[in-house]
Design a protein around this ligand. Structure first.
Ligand SMILES: Cc1cc2nc3c(=O)[nH]c(=O)nc-3n(C[C@H](O)[C@H](O)[C@H](O)COP(=O)(O)O)c2cc1C
Length: 151
């Protein structure tokens, strides 16, 4: 069974809503044979990355960058898994209150460096998540999971 690793930093009701939408998306109809491992960014490990076949990342934007928690995750896994997962599908959602561009850019740059393959546009949500935002994160997660289905 393929394994999707969800690495998230969830700090508030808004970010919790997006995480729940993402997890619901991983259970979309028609996605078979995909296990989901959910890890807070500060608890995700090298072993989790090695075990995984694809990645879903969720973070707030903080001071124009990804959260310190997600950065700590990348700091700890980057070199140990640098060449471990070439072509692994990944998706990203970012929540912010005004400008998420720097956070998106920072994650995409590291994921590219690790050879992961973006399979969906990053989803940025600014302000309180509405239905469209939740649906966009759901679709993101379903897309990443679908890339692993049957793998
Ligand atoms: C120290 C700090 C820095 C932040 N920097 C940004 C930022 O650069 N861009 C942005 O859109 N939001 C920024 N935010 C807002 C957070 O992304 C937001 O608080 C988080 O996603 C949780 O959402 P909520 O406050 O609506 O619950 C920042 C928040 C804090 C506390």
């Amino acid at each position: 069974m393929a394994l999707l690793l969800v690495v998230h930093h969830t700090t508030s009701p808004a970010t919790q809503e997006l995480l729940e939408a993402a997890l619901a998306g991983t259970r979309a109809d028609g996605i078979e044979g995909v296990g989901v491992l959910v890890r807070p960014a500060l608890g995700a490990t090298v072993s989790d990355v090695v075990a995984a076949d694809g990645f879903l990342l969720g973070t707030p934007a903080n001071i124009g960058y990804m959260s310190g928690a997600l950065k700590t995750f990348f700091d700890s896994v980057y070199y140990p898994t640098l060449t471990a997962k070439p072509g692994a599908p990944y998706g990203l959602y970012v929540h912010g209150n005004n400008d998420t561009a720097g956070a998106v850019r920072s994650v995409e740059s590291i994921a590219k460096g690790m050879g992961w393959e973006r399979v969906h546009e990053p989803v940025s949500v600014v302000g309180a998540p509405d239905k469209d935002a939740r649906d966009a994160v759901w679709d993101l997660a379903a897309t990443v999971a679908a890339h692993l289905a049957g793998a």
